[in-house]
Design a protein around this ligand. Structure first.
Ligand code: SF4
Ligand code: SF4
Length: 96
């Protein structure tokens, strides 16, 4: 929470969505198969989606699973800035 006078700006697009479409490491790593490999319609918007009816029981059984977070390449310490830079460059140089 803050009361700083923030100026809203547009989201920064650096290809994270494309990356997830091709990656799917978390989907494959999830033991109860809770992560959909295609976006789902959630309250009228297409989103990447976790089936919590599958995730939560496993999460409780294992006292806090988190395998998906550990497996995600963006979670590797120090790796995310380089990946974001590479994908941003691809977005600006690839033909539209
Ligand atoms: S926390 Fe575990 S069970 Fe839940 S979505 Fe991630 S890998 Fe799957
Ligand atoms: S592992 Fe990370 S980058 Fe890969 S699909 Fe899952 S959230 Fe996206």
């Amino acid at each position: 929470m803050t009361d700083l006078p923030l100026i809203p700006d547009a989201p920064q697009r650096f290809g994270a969505d494309d990356f997830c479409t091709r990656c799917r490491v978390c989907t494959d790593a999830c033991p109860p198969d809770a992560i959909f490999d295609v976006k789902q319609l959630v309250r009228g918007k297409e989103k990447w989606y976790v089936d919590f009816d599958k995730c939560i029981p496993y999460f409780n059984e294992t006292y806090g699973c988190g395998i998906c977070i550990a497996a995600c390449p963006w979670s590797t310490p120090g790796r995310a800035p380089k990946m974001a830079e590479t994908w941003s460059r691809r977005m600006t140089t690839s033909p539209s």
